[in-house]
Design a protein around this ligand. Structure first.
Ligand code: LLP
Length: 417
């Protein structure tokens, strides 16, 4: 459920008309709904109320400071994959003791900063990383809390680019090796083994792969206990899918409830790292039709958003719903459009084969754009990055100014004369 609905013929974000936002802030424009973010976070939090738990929002999905701040105010933890994400969390008022550090390539300076601010745990992805973390912690006279990211070898049945829990993926430590690596970790003096972690992929639309992974991790935790290694928390990663089209993923509450059933009366702290299921449907991308270009083969609508603003359609052939900001009259003639951006690439499209009634200057909203939207944007074709707005009831706040050309080139210089 989200808070982007029509009132009459006009799309609203909570209580603000989206066409007014486009007038005020320009396009392309990301619009987020605070109420939707909060609702999605609470769905997890309430479902897990009976179990010690921590919901670590995956910052990579949408790292705007206002988004992080809204979640921090609700008591969220954060899953980070770089020191940049850590600094964002701190700047947004997040609690470092609720931060989990994931990712296969952590550098020593990133570890140092995370130890300095006292994060909750490192999700370690290789034996070499264990050694480096132990060295860094030793040099600071500290102990680092660790989980191993275990690769449980389950098929997440999602797009291959976002499936991460199979043997052939670069992520994690294979479940067969896990016990041996845990023993190694337990023997390193500057590490404290605290948890077991996995993340099997993204945009999963069924609970079964999560539950398979959970069963394997619970077996591992039992085996570790026999070896004298007592695990305090179990991190199931993120990955719960959302509805872009006709998918029917379980609701966060349904998924969380199934996980709790499996845990029984265990007092393990349960950690989850949801990104998409919190942010995706809390955002839209508003774009304006620049030109209509009917050709013999196709009708194109050239819009002012492009693959640099929203990469998912180009990169994953992802389908996102595209709806008019103001609905046309019932007798308006529709055509089958490819909605394409101004970038000089054939792969620059936002949507293909959409039956819409369009005129030059019309506004469109790309739905489900709150996750992996702005976060994956770039300056390709020297386009300034879009503005971001957060709506809260009847109010709207500019939470990132539209980039200017001066900002775009700020770090660049030419060679001396
Ligand atoms: N935890 C870890 C360790 C992750 O690698 C990810 C996502 C998450 C949590 C959050 O997963 P989520 O709940 O959002 O599914 N750019 C792609 C998605 C890449 C996901 C990468 N890892 C897309 O636009 O579909």
């Amino acid at each position: 459920m989200d808070f982007f609905n029509y009132q009459g013929d006009t799309l609203f974000a909570e209580d603000v008309a989206v066409n007014q936002l486009a007038e005020q802030y320009g396009t392309p424009l990301y619009v987020y709904s605070r109420a939707t973010l909060e609702r999605h976070y609470r769905a997890y939090d309430e479902a897990l109320a009976g179990q010690p738990h921590l919901i670590c929002y995956a910052v990579k999905a949408n790292s705007n400071l206002a988004v992080l701040n809204v979640l921090a105010r609700l008591g969220a933890g954060f899953d980070i994959v770089s020191v940049g994400e850590l600094e964002r969390v701190l700047t947004a008022g997040g609690d470092p003791s609720k931060v989990i550090f994931s990712g296969v390539g952590k550098q020593a300076h990133e570890m140092r900063r995370a130890l300095q601010v006292g994060i909750k745990c490192f999700n370690v992805e290789s034996e070499a990383e264990l050694d480096r973390l132990n060295d860094v912690a030793e040099s600071m006279g500290l102990q680092a809390s660790v989980s191993l990211r275990v690769n449980p070898d389950v098929d997440a049945q999602t797009h291959p680019y976002i499936s991460t829990g199979l043997k052939e993926n670069k992520f994690g430590i294979s479940i067969e090796r896990a016990e041996a690596v845990y023993l190694k970790a337990a023997g390193l003096p500057n590490l404290k083994v605290e948890g077991v972690d996995c993340h099997i992929g993204s945009q999963l639309t069924q609970s079964a792969p999560f539950l398979d992974a959970l069963d394997r991790l619970l077996d591992l935790i039992a085996k570790l206990a026999e070896q004298g290694i007592h695990i305090k928390h179990l991190d199931l990663g993120g990955g719960l899918g959302v509805r872009y089209d006709d998918e029917t993923p379980p609701e966060p509450s349904e998924y969380a409830t199934k996980v709790l059933e499996r845990l029984g009366d265990s007092d393990l702290m349960l950690i989850m790292e949801p990104g998409r299921s919190i942010a995706a449907n809390a955002g839209i991308l508003v774009t304006r039709v620049e030109y209509l270009k009917p050709t013999e083969a196709k009708d194109f609508a050239i819009v002012d958003a492009a693959m640099n603003d929203l990469l998912r359609p180009s990169l994953y052939s992802a389908w996102q719903n595209i709806i008019p900001v103001v609905q046309p009259g019932a007798d308006a003639k529709t055509s089958n459009y490819d909605l394409v951006g101004p970038i000089c690439e054939t792969g620059d499209f936002i949507g293909k084969d959409r039956e819409l009634a369009l005129m030059q200057g019309d506004l469109l909203a790309v739905r489900s754009a709150g996750a992996y939207g702005f976060a994956m944007s770039s300056n390709y074709n020297s386009r300034n990055r879009a503005a971001e707005v957060m709506v809260d009831g009847e109010q709207s706040f500019l939470v990132r100014r539209r980039e200017t050309f001066e900002q775009q080139i700020a770090g660049e210089t030419v060679l001396p004369a």
